[in-house]
Design a protein around this ligand. Structure first.
Ligand code: IVH
Length: 716
């Protein structure tokens, strides 16, 4: 993105974010999910990081959300209530530590304090000489709303602080001098407690049950429940809502209001947490001291596991540098401190851009559109595709190419486009039209009557394609282990592939966009494909599904191609294969032993069909190359070994001691030929268990029939 493009994008993002922010924080109206809004903010933050001179004072990255409502008395915070930077991965967290190290110019050997990130409403409590005198919301960070009467109804908030016993303070590691100071400030000075007012999940469920009975609208979630309870003027309503409160910060002040430096008296965050407990506040027993980032990661994982069983909603963890003196050294940058980080759970919604719309043909010929997206992390997985169902859905969303969209993914359900953020359009977006021809067979397309779907009129289109790809993946061809018809069908119908060559460009993020595709399964497919990019020449030719070209003919062709190869190396590019095949003329093909006019015509046509050549070039582009090792072995048998020279064999039934492929290879290695069907020219029929009709025919023709034992003797 150029700077001038970035500038336009930044302006649009700011306006969009501000619109939703105002609705959400001022009017208590949710016009976008928090996760999607975070996603937009994150994009803005990254752009501003790239172009710091485009940061303006009114950027959402420079302020804290929310403005006081007119109806509440406003209170200025003695120290601003700031916001937090977000991290979503271990990499984000490592980058954070690295930024801090760069800022300090030295390695940061630090303990961290891991806390739960409660999803409620931030409240600042002010205690003067042990008594609760005011409670305020964050507001815009500098000025909040005074909600003292409401928060007084929260039972877990003490109206009078407890005075800790000296021995308890001692046990927290406070020095004698610190203990004297703390006790003096509790009794004579000002203690500010910051924390989160929350609503327990059970309370929400009970309230909603009641509201439904009374015909009142339900509360959307616990966070809305808390905000709605506190930011309204009737304390009786707050009381009814049975809110709870957990402390996450303690500030000590002189009576005069003078702010005491952090780290002077209370030196560690874990100490401050315990102190809040001694003062009579509720603290989170799950919070944990972590010696380094690795311990932070274990803490995060453990919390994520416990998430469902907790009585309240959390949206991640908050990781804080434990040494409070460092807080002063690191300070604040923009809207948030350097010394702590919201290490959040992955959002279930995110914003991204639509790069392309592709159409795939379903079983019934119905054409389904899929949006190809700029990769984005949603609900813990990187996603690059999203289904659009049908053309009506595109019309309903008014989706255009290049649009910024909100996508949603819950559990392992296929991600979907929820909304188009039309305000972010530049005018360069392109309208989407229904397909004019089938993307698979290039045949005619029609929309029938009232049906929503467009269909490919070629009834066999899907089936043929599915069969071809399955054939390519099969054991005798590309041998793509685990890629059976079911999986290939899923890839086809969900638009991951259009042809066999596409199998080699499948990315993990695409697989994670599919239903029932867990991380492990996706990894297996991607690893297997990466390991199968070099194919044996004969198997590749066979896999192409050229009409009338079975394994035998493919091997024959491979030998001839190998003989024509300019350099005698054991590998070959597909490009060279195309060159060699297009150099054959019909007569040359027909002159080959065992290849009649019908087969040669089919081969000849295949290599001159533009559709096929396109497919071949795609294989090449996707990194497929060929090996001549097997072909060389097949034709490399030397004179003395050629004891079956000019003998032709037909196999029928199942052999007990070797597979059909092994038997064929053995015959060929000894100079013999293997044919599919018996004829008067056949020298031997090898008889396995449960033979087919070939056996009857061979008997009729009076051919030499070999039992497995006899056959093994011959090839010994
Ligand atoms: S520390 C700098 N600790 O998260 C302000 N905040 O996204 C952060 N929150 O407004 C204070 N749990 O309301 C802190 N353990 C915790 C928290 C926590 C929830 C909220 C807080 C803040 C918001 C920032």
């Amino acid at each position: 993105m150029t700077k001038s493009e970035a500038k336009i994008r930044i302006e649009k993002l700011k306006t969009e974010i501000d619109f939703h922010r105002y609705n959400y924080h001022v009017l208590d109206r949710e016009t976008i999910s928090e996760a999607a809004l975070d996603s937009l903010k994150n994009e803005l933050f990254l752009l501003e990081n790239d172009y710091p001179d485009l940061i303006t004072a009114d950027s959402p990255t420079q302020r804290v959300a929310g403005e006081p409502l007119e109806k509440f008395k406003k209170v200025a915070h003695s120290q601003p209530m700031i916001s937090l930077f977000d991290a979503f991965s271990e990499a984000d967290m490592r980058a954070w530590e690295e930024r801090n190290e760069n800022f300090l110019g030295r390695p940061l050997k630090q303990e961290y304090y891991g806390e739960l990130k409660l999803d409620g409403l931030a409240i600042n409590l002010r205690y003067e000489k042990t008594l609760l005198v005011s409670g305020a919301t964050r507001g815009d960070g500098k000025i909040g709303e005074e909600v003292t009467n409401n928060i007084r109804t929260i039972n877990s908030i003490p109206l009078k602080l407890k005075i800790p016993a000296e021995k308890d303070l001692e046990a927290l590691g406070f020095t004698e001098q610190a203990i004297t100071e703390i006790l003096r400030l509790i009794k004579e000075g000002v203690i500010e407690i910051r924390g989160e007012a929350i609503m327990n999940k059970k309370v929400l469920a009970e309230l909603n049950k009641k509201y439904v009975q009374e015909g009142r609208p339900e509360l959307a979630n616990t966070r809305n429940g808390v905000a709605g309870s506190i930011r309204q003027l009737d304390p009786r309503i707050t009381a009814e809502r049975k809110l709870d409160f957990y402390a996450y910060d303690v500030l000590l002040r002189e009576e005069s209001g003078q702010i005491l430096e952090r780290g002077e008296i209370i030196t560690r965050r874990d100490q401050a947490d315990q102190l809040a407990g001694l003062l009579g506040l509720k603290i989170l027993k799950q919070n944990k001291l972590c010696r380094d980032l690795n311990e932070v990661f274990s803490f995060y994982t453990a919390v994520e596991k416990k998430r469902e069983t907790l009585p309240f909603e959390i949206d991640g963890t908050v990781i804080k540098i434990n040494d409070l003196k460092m807080w002063n050294v690191l300070g604040i940058v923009g809207k948030a401190p350097r010394y702590m980080m919201a290490y959040k759970f992955s959002a279930e919604q995110a914003t991204t851009k639509v790069k392309e719309i592709i159409w795939q043909v379903g079983r019934t010929g119905a054409l389904t559109p899929t949006a190809v997206l700029e990769s984005v992390k949603v609900g813990g997985a990187i996603i690059s595709r999203s289904t659009l169902h049908n053309f009506d859905e595109i019309k309903r969303l008014d989706l255009r190419l290049g649009d910024t969209v909100i996508i949603e993914r819950s559990g392992d359900v296929i991600p979907k486009v929820v909304t188009v953020l039309k305000n972010l359009r530049t005018g360069q977006e392109k309208k989407v039209f229904p397909p004019k021809k089938c993307p698979m067979c290039e045949g005619a397309v029609e929309k029938v009557g009232e049906e929503v779907a467009y269909r490919c009129l070629n009834k066999k289109c899907y089936a043929i394609n599915l069969r071809q790809i399955t054939h390519f993946a099969s054991k005798g061809a590309a041998n793509l282990e685990g890629l059976g018809p079911k999986l290939i069908e899923q890839f086809l119908t969900e638009g991951i592939i259009k042809d066999a060559a596409d199998l080699y460009s499948i990315e993990k993020s695409e697989l994670l966009s599919l239903e029932r595709f867990a991380e492990k399964k996706a990894d297996n497919v991607v690893t297997m494909m990466a390991a199968r990019k070099v194919l044996e020449l004969d198997q590749f030719i066979y896999g192409l599904g050229i009409r009338h070209v079975g394994e035998e003919t493919a091997q024959l062709l491979a030998k001839i191609v190998a003989a024509k190869k300019a350099k005698k190396t054991t590998n070959m590019a597909i490009d060279e294969l195309i060159t060699i095949f297009s150099s054959f003329d019909l007569a040359e093909l027909e002159s080959l032993e065992d290849i009649g006019p019908i087969v040669s015509a089919s081969i000849y046509d295949f290599w001159r069909n533009e559709h096929n050549l396109k497919l071949l070039r795609k294989f090449e582009k996707n990194g497929v190359s060929l090996s001549l090792q097997k072909v060389n072995n097949l034709s490399g048998a030397s004179g003395q070994e050629m004891k079956l020279a000019n003998k032709s064999f037909v196999l029928t039934g199942t052999l007990a001691s070797l597979t059909r492929g092994e038997a064929k290879d053995k015959i060929k290695a000894l100079g013999g030929k293997v044919k599919e069907n018996v004829s008067a020219d056949t020298d031997y029929l090898v008889l396995g268990a449960e033979p087919g009709s070939k056996y009857e025919k061979a008997k009729k023709l009076g051919l030499k029939i070999l039992t497995e034992k006899e056959f093994l003797e011959i090839i010994k």
